[in-house]
Design a binder for this molecule. Structure first.
Ligand code: AMP
Length: 207
């Protein structure tokens, strides 16, 4: 099953992708994680995308498409995958259609107010890529999953969050119509607890 998770930044794509990966035993392909890993390791790609990500802009389509195309050609993607954060533009979606057959695009629909609240309280673990919310963490800044030190992602600052949302509505939101036209769109209410949203997604994709 080749599934795309669509949704605004902070809609829960990463959290849902991780759960699906565990349950369905197919990999989560997160372009954001790939870029962050390159940033951390200061690879040429990392240096190339650093300022773009810090501003909340999108990495150019040609670069992103090439990375995903290579990643999806690896053996572990043969039985399916969860795409988290890709495609993020019509150009990316059209390119993807050129080299992959997509089963479903799940749009996680969350109110904008809730998104701003989620992102501004978000904490990230660079060791295990886990994402948590301050409301569930108590006082500490220790990752409940692996014991790593939690950080605030540079692109979760208020100014960058606003820019990421602007970019989302302008460039990524049209993908909802794109997959609707293909008959592949499944919209799921993304408000509520992680377990509630996850149950809606698994029911919607029949897993
Ligand atoms: P994410 O973790 O998915 O929110 O992605 C973090 C950042 O990585 C985004 O704000 C973009 O700068 C970049 N990025 C991730 N995925 C893509 C994509 N499909 N196209 C372009 N830029 C991306």
């Amino acid at each position: 099953m080749n599934v795309i998770l669509l949704g605004a930044p902070g809609s829960g794509k990463g959290t849902m992708a991780q759960k699906l990966t565990n349950d369905l035993q197919i990999p989560q392909i997160s372009t954001g994680d790939i870029f962050r890993k390159n940033l951390k390791e200061e690879t040429p790609l990392g240096l190339q995308v650093r300022d773009i990500m810090a501003r909340g802009d999108l990495v150019p389509d040609e670069i992103t498409i090439e990375i995903v195309k290579n990643r999806l050609s690896e053996a572990d993607c043969r039985n399916g995958y969860i795409l988290d954060g890709f495609p993020r533009s019509i150009v990316q979606a059209e390119a993807l259609d050129g080299f992959q057959q997509i089963s479903a695009a799940v749009n996680i629909d969350v109110d904008e107010d809730a998104i701003v609240k989620r992102l501004s309280g978000r904490r990230f673990c660079p060791d295990c890529n886990g994402t948590f919310h301050v409301s569930t963490l108590g006082d500490g800044n220790i990752c409940p999953a692996c014991g790593g030190k939690l950080i605030i992602r540079a692109d979760d600052s208020e100014e960058t969050v606003r820019e990421r949302l602007r970019v989302y509505y302008k460039t990524t939101f049209p993908l909802i119509e794109y997959y609707k036209k293909q008959g592949k769109l499944i919209t799921v209410d993304g408000n509520g607890t992680v377990d509630e949203v996850y149950a809606r997604i698994t029911a919607a994709i029949g897993k």
